[in-house]
Every structure is written in C-alpha cells, then in structure tokens.
Design a protein around this ligand. Structure first.
Ligand SMILES: Nc1ncnc2c1ncn2[C@@H]1O[C@H](COP(=O)(O)OP(=O)(O)O)[C@@H](O)[C@H]1O
Ligand SMILES: [Mg+2]
Length: 327
C-alpha cells in the first residue's frame, strides 16, 4: 500500500485544510509537548472560575479536552502554569492524562490539553445514572490514584466529586490539579501562605485553622467525596449545603470558616447518606477524625474497602444458596 503524505490525516491537520477539519478557533501547539496537530474548536464543555473547557478534534485523532486560561485573568497565569507542570509529570491510569499545552496565535492565551472523558465529572454522571451502582469499583480506583499521588509526595487539596472524571462505569480519574502542592522532603505537610479561594467544606480542620495540608487532609476530603458518592451527588445533600444548614445561613463570608471549624471541633460531621451501609459511613468517620494523627491513611482505607466488598460478595452468595434451598 502506498502512503500519500498530502492525504495523511496528520498532514491535513498541520496544513489546516478547512474541509478536513472542524471549524472555529485555531490554536498553535508547542511542538515539544503536543506533536502533530493544530486544534480546532468544536464544542464548549463547561465554564468555571477561570477556565473554559472546549472539546477539540482534528477529525482524525482522539478528542481532547482543553482547559483555557482566560486572557483577562493575568494574576492566575503562574498558578495555571504550575497546574500544567503538575499534570505533565503524572502518569497513572487513575489520573486524567496530560496531552500537552497550546497557545493561541500571539501567545495571548494558554491552554492545557488533556484526554477527553465524555462522561464528564462524577457530579453529572451520578445524577443521571442512579440505576447503576458503580460505587464499589469507583472507591478502589480512586484509592489507587490517591496512593500514587501520595507516593510522589503530592497533596491534591481539591479532592471533590466535581474534580473526579468518569471514564466508564468501572474507571474514574482524578483531575483538576490547580491547588496541588508537593510536600517538602523534610516535612509531613505543606503550609499554604498565599491567599486564595478554598473549597473549605471539603477541608480538614487543620487546613481550615492552620492552612496545613498533608496526605491526612486529602484523606479527609476523600471521606467527603465518599459522602457525595453515596448521596448520588444529589444537590440537596451537597456538603456545602449540609454544612451551611448546620452553621446557619445568616452567617457572613469571613466568619463561615471560623464557624465551620467550630462545629467540626464540637464533633459535628456530615450525616449518613440515606441507605448508606453503616460500614461505609464508618469509613467516612475514620476519614474525619479531628486529630489528624489518628486519621486513617489511604492504604488502611483501601484494605477496609476490599474487606467490605468481600463481605458483600459472601452475603450475596449465602443469600443465593438460601434461595436455592427455599425453592
Ligand atoms: N478531561 C476532561 N474531559 C471531560 N470533561 C472535563 C475534563 N476536564 C474537566 N472537565 C469538566 O470541566 C469541569 C471543570 O474542570 P476543572 O479542571 O475542575 O476546572 P476548574 O479548575 O475550573 O474547577 C469538570 O468538573 C468537568 O465537568
Ligand atoms: Mg475543578
């Protein structure tokens, strides 16, 4: 078979042949990071505080998600560069895959190119798939991603259902490394000194009180993700909503974190989701131990999850046996 370069998909993509490609915005990719394509806008995925996700395709290769730093938000450029750098060094099946960076003409804006996961985040997926129960599988896979991050001394700092992407019923991936930090080698934690917005309703008390982040504070947030998962990401049971119900809606912004720290100190925790097995709620409570030194670690949690799953399988088998005897 002969190879005609001019007809090759990647050549057409490089030349930007309009009929062969999808229309709208054109971006130039840094050659060293994202090889042969020029990206063309296809559809907007989701807007967020500083980035817009756009789905691109050169009609021949894989679809990619592009997270774009909005040009008027110059103050976050450094943070965005850090996010790009962090994702570029992570190689794990349970973490969204980095594909490269791309700049608009004149380098006025910069974008992060990632693999595209058509199911989006856990939030939308769980809301619209209440009939399926992929939760047990999700738990294990999520744990594997977190153990990998921990092995590299990373603290994610924004672990929440909105930042977990769904590849399939049996595979989820951690995303959004905008707040991620590396714990210094001589320390057990990272102390944040820069001001900025924080997802406090997912935070451990030591993070709210002392801006101290460690694997244990990620474990706390992991417990909150479990809670979201077992509530099927129902907006009425959203962690922020439940915490604000307890704090009182009349409390104003600067004192919300103080009030939140107070209720946690007084041992208030998110209530058990409806129909949540007691063993799973117990797991959440182990993530939410006030004194972080006594909190569970990711490998403990993983072992316990495996035991719970094993028990469930055995109960199911026993039930089936009983049923056979009965009929
Ligand atoms: N790779 C991806 N594939 C599909 N959807 C994605 C992808 N990355 C992000 N999204 C969607 O965009 C939303 C926001 O992305 P995220 O990286 O969390 O941005 P932000 O930093 O603004 O929170 C996610 O909750 C998800 O719905
Ligand atoms: Mg996010």
């Amino acid at each position: 078979m002969r190879y005609y370069m001019l007809l090759s998909p990647s050549h057409r993509a490089l030349c930007g042949e309009p009929s062969a490609l999808l229309n709208t915005t054109r971006h130039c990719l840094r050659r060293d990071t994202y090889a042969t394509s020029i990206l063309w806008g296809k559809e907007t995925l989701a807007a967020s505080n500083f980035a817009v996700m756009t789905r691109y395709s050169d009609n021949t290769g894989e679809l990619v998600a592009v997270k774009k730093l909005q040009p008027n938000k110059q103050s976050t450029l450094e943070d965005f560069k850090k996010e790009v750098k962090t994702l570029s060094v992570l190689h794990c099946d349970y973490i969204v895959k980095y594909r490269g960076v791309c700049y608009s003409t004149g380098r006025l804006s910069m974008s992060l190119v990632m693999e595209y996961l058509p199911n989006g985040s856990l939030i939308g997926y769980m809301e619209s798939n209440q009939h399926v129960t992929p939760r047990r599988m999700l738990l294990l896979l999520l744990r594997s991603g977190m153990e990998y991050l921990q092995s590299l001394r990373y603290v994610h700092r924004d672990l929440a259902a909105r930042n977990i992407l769904v590849a399939s019923e049996s595979l989820v991936k951690i995303a959004d490394f905008g707040l991620t930090k590396v714990i210094p080698c001589d320390k057990e934690y990272y102390r944040v000194t820069q001001p900025g917005e924080s997802p406090i309703f997912w935070y451990a008390p030591e993070s709210i009180n002392e801006s101290r982040f460690s694997h244990k504070s990620d474990v706390w947030s992991f417990g909150v993700v479990l809670h979201e998962l077992f509530c099927y990401c129902d907006t009425n049971s959203n962690p922020k909503r439940l915490c604000m119900q307890e704090i009182g809606h009349n409390v104003q912004s600067p004192s919300i974190s103080m009030q939140l720290a107070n209720i946690l100190k007084n041992n208030w925790r998110l209530p058990a989701p409806p129909n949540c097995p007691p063993k799973v709620y117990n797991l959440m409570m182990q993530c939410w131990v006030y004194n972080f030194e006594g909190a569970a670690c990711f490998s403990d949690l993983g072992n316990q999850i495996e035991t719970i799953m094993q028990d469930e399988r055995e109960t199911l088998r026993a039930d089936k046996k009983l049923w056979h005897i009965a009929v």
